[in-house]
Design a protein around this ligand. Structure first.
Ligand code: RIB
Ligand code: CA
Length: 314
């Protein structure tokens, strides 16, 4: 048995974040989840922190610590997405007040301390929301960027365009300055943009297979998806909604499900029109440094088979 992969999940739950966390929790023989760090994004920090604890409790994993992070972007006002996720951020299932405590330590301090204390190159950062916590940690402790094994992020879009503006995907748009700093940090980055997440749609057939697990966790997931997908179905006329964040965890578990290209990615931080756009030099037309593996395609059926099997373990 190879050593478990140590990960920190930085998240703004969000129904798709919740499914990503459950995928990780169903894979504990491969992943060592050192902690969840919450960030403001889909909904304000108090709710993303609460939702992270709810998900752990639904999965019966009360021993995983939750650290609350930044409540607003580095230098902008917070933009949220209740129109997608509902007022709680986790609309769909009946929610409850979690009993899991929030750690006293700030998420940024947890990220810094963990990267400094764990062996160099042994911790993977999995980011499912705005990059505010990560960028703040890198700014406050420049020594830690070189200690990160890999940063696998859900964010950006190129050929697919944006989802919060015509040019920008939500996680990047919320905190473009943070994304810019992280993209220039030198950390090995794998980027899951809308170009790939829009290919993993929660079709009726796929959701039915999750429902057929007939467990309390699968019921919770189906109720979240029923709510979450309505927005994208109405917007795109698709069969199901894009299950963005679980692609990050699936990449850790089965990277061969995905294909992409190493290239340069830069973030627009000035233009009002294209603020938060991920400018991907997919065709290598510039000499800019290749700073990310940009994922463009996925075996969607393989992804859902993995997700369903792992949720079935909880
Ligand atoms: O644009 C999709 C991303 O923004 C997902 O991570 C979703 O949870 C929201 O955070
Ligand atoms: Ca998210």
């Amino acid at each position: 048995m190879s050593e478990k992969r140590k990960i920190i999940i930085d998240t703004d739950p969000g129904q798709d974040d919740a499914v990503a966390i459950l995928l990780a929790l169903g894979s504990m023989d491969e992943l060592d989840v050192l902690g969840l760090t919450s960030v403001a994004g889909n909904v304000p920090l108090a709710l993303t922190t609460r939702n992270a604890r709810i998900v752990l409790e639904v999965a019966g994993k009360k021993d995983i610590p939750v650290y609350a992070g930044c409540d607003k972007p580095i230098s902008r006002q917070l933009v949220t997405a209740e129109h997608v996720h509902g007022a709680t951020g986790l609309d769909g299932p009946e929610l409850f007040e979690p009993t899991i405590p929030v750690q006293d330590k700030h998420a940024v301090d947890f990220i810094i301390d963990t990267l400094r204390s764990e062996p160099e190159g042994s911790v993977t950062l999995c980011t499912l929301g705005a990059l505010t916590n990560i960028a703040t940690a890198f700014s406050r402790a420049p020594d830690i960027a070189g200690r990160v094994k890999e940063l696998v992020m859900m964010g950006g879009g190129y050929f697919e365009g944006g989802n919060i503006t015509p040019a920008a995907e939500f996680n990047i748009y919320v905190d473009p300055e943070a994304a810019d700093l992280v993209m220039k940090s030198g950390v090995p980055i794998v980027m899951m943009p809308l170009d790939v997440t829009h290919k993993v749609l929660t079709t009726k057939e796929r959701v039915a297979k999750i429902a057929a697990l007939n467990t309390p966790v699968s019921k919770f997931v189906v109720e979240m998806l029923d709510f979450f997908e309505r927005f994208d179905i109405e917007k795109y006329g698709s069969d199901g909604g894009p299950l963005h964040d679980p692609t990050v965890i699936a990449y850790l578990l089965k990277p061969d499900l995905f294909t992409g290209r190493v290239c340069n990615v830069e973030i627009e931080v000035n233009s009002e029109l294209t603020l938060g756009m991920t400018v991907v030099d997919w065709w290598h037309v510039t000499q800019r440094a290749h700073n990310a593996l940009v994922i463009g395609d996925v075996d969607a059926d393989g992804f859902f088979a993995l997700l369903t099997e792992r949720i079935g373990r909880l």
